[in-house]
Design a protein around this ligand. Structure first.
Ligand code: LLP
Length: 434
């Protein structure tokens, strides 16, 4: 479900024609639908049904202040992985008391900052980290709330670069070692055991790995809660979204097999997992990123050239892998649609950026409407892990970002100016003036 639809042949975000946004703010530009964000948050939150629950939106998916504020206003907590992300949450008006701090490499400085802000919990990923948190908390005369991240060793059936819950990965503490770590933690003076956490990977499109992991982890949570005053169990993020139109509108094979229990939606997710979790009597935490924001954003780009080589039809656009790296990095699929529907004629095309790398493409050999120089196209489902993974490669400026609410739209990140790219650089002291 999202709010990007055609009205009289013009692609609109909610009630705003996308080409109107480009006329005002140029291209490439990220466009976010506030209503889609809100609906996704509310749908997931309502599906959980449990009285004691907290969605901690994974800031890494899209950390624009406007996105964070929208979610904070809905009562969301936040899953953060750095001091920078915590500072963003605070800058956006979010509540540090609803933040969980994940990540395998928390520095002493980050731990100190998070403790001073009064975060809800540290998700601890190793014993040395636990010792460090205890030490920093002691120095500040504070008690640090912690949960241990358990690695349940299940295969999430997702892309190798975004699977996290097996023993091949650097994340979490091995299932078999967790109880010993809690025993150790309980002896540390400046640690308060508050919960248990897991996360098995991202872009999961099946229920089964979640179910398998929760079936492993729930009894562990039960045993730990009998011994320590635990308050919550976090089952992480990872709910996948539909990137491919064939899966959105057609009937994919696993669906044809019968109205599948395996179809991953907030409703089926909650129906499968909540009954396993409810008897624990613990607060339930979720850390979704992509599900909330993925389909709430698009990247709009303009066609600069059409280059026909005899073998290929290259559509060269003004966005590139530095703006959206997912196709280059994960072979990810993003649906590509014209901003104005002018023709039904289609041609096999490669949409590519101007960067000097063969990996700089958004799609290969895909049947797309015939495009011409100056046309605008949109890369859909670009709200999550789009802008946040951007870089200045090839000294290309970060694009503008715009948020839409109904018939209103507002700039939520201005386009970077070229001079800002090298503002932090300087010549070495031994270079003379020129
Ligand atoms: N919690 C933890 C501990 C995580 O590591 C992550 C994502 C999340 C929650 C949120 O996962 P989500 O609900 O968004 O799947 N850049 C990749 C995705 C990396 C995910 C990293 N961790 C991509 O573009 O697909």
């Amino acid at each position: 479900m999202h709010e990007f639809q055609y009205r009289a042949g013009r692609l609109c975000c909610e009630k705003v024609p996308v080409d109107k946004i480009v006329r005002e703010h140029g291209s490439p530009v990220y466009v976010y639908s506030q209503r889609t964000l809100t609906e996704h948050f509310q749908r997931l939150d309502a599906a959980l049904g449990l009285a004691d629950r907290l969605i901690c939106y994974a800031v890494k998916a899209n950390s624009n202040l406007a996105v964070l504020r929208t979610l904070a206003d809905l009562g969301s907590g936040f899953d953060i992985v750095s001091e920078g992300e915590l500072r963003r949450v605070v800058a956006a008006g979010g509540d540090p008391g609803r933040c969980v701090f994940a990540g395998v490499g928390k520095t002493a400085r980050e731990i100190e900052f998070a403790l001073r802000q009064g975060i809800y919990c540290f998700n601890v990923e190793s014993e040395p980290e636990l010792e460090r948190i205890n030490k920093v908390a002691g120095r500040l005369r504070k008690t640090a709330p912690v949960a241990v991240r358990v690695n349940p060793n299940v295969d999430a059936h997702t892309h190798a670069k975004i699977t996290t819950g097996t023993y091949e990965n650097k994340f979490g503490i091995a299932f078999e070692q967790v109880e010993a770590v809690y025993a150790r933690a309980a002896k540390l003076k400046h640690i308060r055991l508050r919960g248990l956490q897991m996360h098995i990977g991202s872009q999961l499109t099946e229920l089964e790995p979640f179910e398998q992991a929760v079936r492993r982890v729930a009894p562990l949570a039960q045993r730990l809660a009998e011994r320590y005053p635990l308050e919550f169990l976090s089952i992480g993020g990872g709910i996948g979204i539909v990137y491919q139109p064939a899966l959105r509108s057609g009937a994919p094979e696993w669906w044809r097999k019968g109205p599948s229990r395996n179809l991953l939606t907030p409703a089926t997710y909650a129906a499968a997992l909540v009954p396993l979790l409810k008897p624990l009597g613990l607060r339930l935490l979720l850390e979704p990123g992509r599900y909330i924001v993925g389909n709430a954003g698009i990247l709009v780009t303009r066609v600069e050239y059409i280059k026909r080589t005899g073998r290929k039809n290259f559509v060269i656009v003004d966005a590139a892998m530095n703006d959206l790296i997912r196709p280059a990095f994960y072979d990810a699929y993003h649906e590509i649609v014209p901003v104005r529907q002018t023709t039904s004629k289609k041609v096999s095309s490669d949409v590519v950026g101007p960067i000097c790398e063969s990996g700089d493409y958004f799609c290969k050999d895909r049947l797309l409407p015939v495009l011409a120089e100056g046309d605008l196209i949109a890369l859909l489902s670009a709200g999550a892990y789009g802008s946040v993974m951007g870089s200045n490669y090839n000294s290309r400026a970060f694009p503008a970002e715009v948020m839409v609410d109904g018939a209103k739209f507002s700039l939520v990140r201005r386009r970077q100016q070229l001079e800002e790219i090298w503002r932090l650089e300087q010549l070495p002291s031994w270079c003379g003036d020129r």
